[in-house]
Design a protein around this ligand. Structure first.
Ligand code: PGA
Ligand code: ZN
Length: 423
């Protein structure tokens, strides 16, 4: 094992993501190792996250790697965690990677970490856990089985994601399988109960039926009950409401079009609280729009058994996670590496969560690639939950990577346990 790792070569290419859009893949070679990483893109984005690319899009990002990043990092020792990241921040010069783009930075950051890991003969999650002194445990898989909002066409529910999370599984295999079975059970229930619905799905593989929010929760509950009856697995129900997409700041109303409801903040919060009680919601992400942190506080206070989670509110920024956890606005934080642009900034966000007793949720984006680095981040940094969808090739690669990681740990003689949620 070599302790130094000098960059020998860096290449970038355009590949396609799960929506058929172009994205960047970066390949980094160090002595004794090679790493390849590709990055996703979001459709329901926070105002506070990095722009993914420079003005000229993916093509300009490729030339930035060739002509700006490569000459600066060739010959650099990147073995220490974060060495490449501080170099990238310096090259860019802004706080949000405005010059080179957050996706350009992240693909370079992750490809470099993978290259260093292979030069040491270890997988990425092991490199991360060793460098960061994090416990190696397996995350609980949180996956959407039904959805609407910006990830589906018109007629689907307003809420973006209806999620399930296994609460009593002993193995990661059993936990992932429970989510897959819930997805299948939901498909059967929808084909019986929604005439004419051809089981179309949204961007993340979740069913997108012509139902309103409450009807959707009803059928999700029926699917979850079925899994519990047949498999004995208890699945909690969660929502990612993506509240920013429902709020009309001019009229100060939340629009729930599928139900013909246009609600004031007070009525909307009462509606969400009723749903949380009625369906025992264990998780609600972005219940309100991203500027309304006071409503996050109200819900976190009143919904004692629900993890109120910030995504657009926080944009994976350590300082916002610290600030809003101190104000009592959140109990969980979405960790999306491309919102901030490097592994170091991602780790800062996870650390800020853990030190404030906030559950970090390593998360995919709606436009994904076949790269499973978020699974490694989850295991290697101590994220208790992995939100990576349920079905669809680009989602399943994240699940399957957890199975491989679990096997690797068992083979080393130190089987990894799954995190638990204390609600
Ligand atoms: P995005 O949304 O990846 O489309 O931005 C996902 C989410 O809101 O969690
Ligand atoms: Zn979200």
């Amino acid at each position: 094992m070599s302790l130094t790792a000098y960059v020998k070569e860096i290449k970038a290419r355009a590949i396609f993501d799960s929506r058929g859009d172009k994205t960047i893949e970066v390949e980094v070679r160090v002595d004794g190792g090679i790493g390849v990483a590709s990055v996703p893109s979001g459709k329901s984005r926070s105002l506070k996250e990095c722009e993914p690319y420079p003005k000229g899009g993916v093509e300009e990002a490729l030339s930035v790697v060739r002509s700006v990043i490569a000459p600066r990092i060739r010959g650099l020792d990147v073995s220490r965690f974060g060495a490449i990241d501080s170099e990238l921040s310096e090259i860019d010069g802004s706080t949000r990677f405005e010059r080179i783009g957050g996706n350009t930075a992240l693909a370079t950051s992750v490809a470099t970490a993978k290259a260093v890991a292979t030069s040491r003969g270890v997988p990425l999650y092991r490199y991360l856990s060793e460098e960061l002194s994090a416990d190696v445990r397996l995350p609980l898989p949180l996956g959407n089985i039904l959805g609407g909002g910006k990830h589906a066409g018109s007629g689907a529910p307003d809420f973006q994601e209806f999620l399930v999370i296994p609460l009593n599984c002993k193995s990661i295999h059993e936990a992932l399988e429970a989510n897959m079975i819930a997805h299948k059970a939901l498909g059967s229930l929808l084909s019986l109960s929604v005439p004419g619905y051809a089981l179309g799905r949204g961007d993340e593989g979740a069913y997108a039926p012509p139902l309103d929010n409450v009807e959707s929760l009803e059928v999700v509950k029926a699917a979850v009950d079925l899994v519990e009856r047949e498999r004995g697995v208890k699945l909690g129900i969660g929502l990612d409401i993506a509240g920013s997409n429902l709020y009309d700041p001019r009229r100060r109303l939340y629009s729930l079009r599928s139900q013909g409801l246009y609600l004031s903040r007070e009525d909307y919060l009462a509606f969400i609280s009723e749903l949380a009680d009625e369906y025992n919601l264990v998780y609600i992400e972005d219940p309100v729009w991203e500027e309304d942190w006071e409503s996050f506080v109200d819900l976190t206070r009143s919904l004692k058994r629900t993890l109120v989670c910030g995504d657009d509110l926080l944009a994976t920024r350590a300082e916002l996670i610290g600030e809003y956890s101190k104000r009592g606005a959140i109990k969980a934080a979405i960790i999306k590496p491309n919102q901030v642009g490097t592994l170091s900034l991602t780790w800062a966000a996870v650390k800020a969560s853990l030190s404030n007793d906030i559950v970090p949720v390593s998360s995919h984006r709606s436009g994904e690639t076949d790269d499973a680095f978020i699974s490694h981040i989850a295991v290697g940094t101590g994220c208790k939950v992995l939100k990576a969808g349920v079905v669809g090739g680009e989602r399943v690669v994240k699940a399957n990577e957890l199975l491989r990681i679990a096997e690797t740990e068992a083979d080393r003689g130190s089987p990894a346990t799954i995190w638990e949620l204390h609600l």
